[in-house]
Design a protein around this ligand. Structure first.
Ligand SMILES: *[C@@H]1O[C@H](CO)[C@@H](O)[C@H](O)[C@H]1NC(C)=O
Length: 262
């Protein structure tokens, strides 16, 4: 695996290429209104959390994240691991996950037998816990702007899974990032994308993501794959759907299975 150093300043510089991002970023530092908003949001979350504790929303963390309106396909990746294993079998031996909160997915994958895992975190991880910091320290998880080529050699991983990251990219960047994700995989690329209508990224988080998420329909994605000559992995789709149906598992995100380049 390549050990090329990622220039950490690049992702900040890059957000300047989207005119809005810079403005939002500086605003988030200075606007008193936003601070008040954050305090109110915090208060709301506390109230919501105490309700969830009393069982009104089911009392579990998942329900809590729905109350918050912050839907996560990264969470869905963790739920889908048993079905991905059924669909990909031996191709789960070297997995790269790309997306926010990648430490949680990588930690979960590392608990699976015969699976090695790495992660790319596209955004800041200033609130990372000790476990995550240690993964970063060991270079198992890297912070890298996915609008630039990933710091890995071709076919470094058997499977690449991406969640919650492509929704934030315009087609211009998708055109670079998707082929690059396919490049570093040998046996396939799995995309977890938000469903149209799903709420993502609260206003407070806009400065982090640069632009609001755009939830595209499945027909948009399929058309896009055809346009960019990425093929769907029919065998994996079939196995994944069969395994999911057997356990009545319905992913709360769109899941696409693509072939790597031959
Ligand atoms: C992305 O790539 C496709 C296929 O090569 C092309 O048709 C499309 O115009 C590109 N989009 C952008 C925004 O560059």
């Amino acid at each position: 695996m390549s050990r090329r150093q990622v220039n950490p300043s690049r992702r900040f510089v890059d957000s300047g290429s989207i005119p809005f991002a810079g403005a939002l970023h500086s605003k988030s530092r200075s606007s008193p209104l936003l601070s008040i908003g954050l305090v109110l949001l915090g208060a709301f979350l506390l109230v919501a959390y105490s309700y969830s504790g009393s069982g009104l929303f089911g009392g579990d963390k998942e329900a809590f994240s729905k109350v918050e309106g912050d839907f996560s396909c990264t969470l869905e990746v963790q739920r889908a691991i048993p079905f991905l294993k059924k669909a990909y079998g031996d191709s789960m031996r070297k997995v790269l996950h790309v997306g926010p909160d990648t430490c949680s997915v990588v930690s979960k994958l590392l608990k699976e037998e015969e699976t090695e895992a790495w992660g790319v975190e596209p955004y800041d991880i200033e609130d990372a816990d000790g476990n995550c910091k240690s993964l970063v320290h060991k270079s198992i998880v890297r912070v890298a702007d996915i609008k630039f080529p990933l710091p890995y050699r071709p076919k470094s991983f058997s499977l690449v899974i991406v969640s919650d990251a492509l929704d934030y990219l315009s087609p211009k960047y998708l055109n670079k990032t998707l082929p690059d994700l396919a490049r570093v995989s040998s046996d396939g690329l799995v995309i977890f994308a938000g469903l149209p209508g799903q709420q993502k990224a609260k206003v407070a988080e806009l400065s982090k993501f640069g632009r609001p998420a755009k939830m595209r329909s499945s027909s948009w994605w399929i058309r896009y794959f055809v346009q960019t000559s990425l093929e769907e992995n029919e065998a994996a789709i079939k196995k994944f759907d069969q395994a999911a149906a057997k356990k009545s598992y319905k992913p709360a995100c769109q899941v696409f299975h693509l072939n790597s380049y031959h």
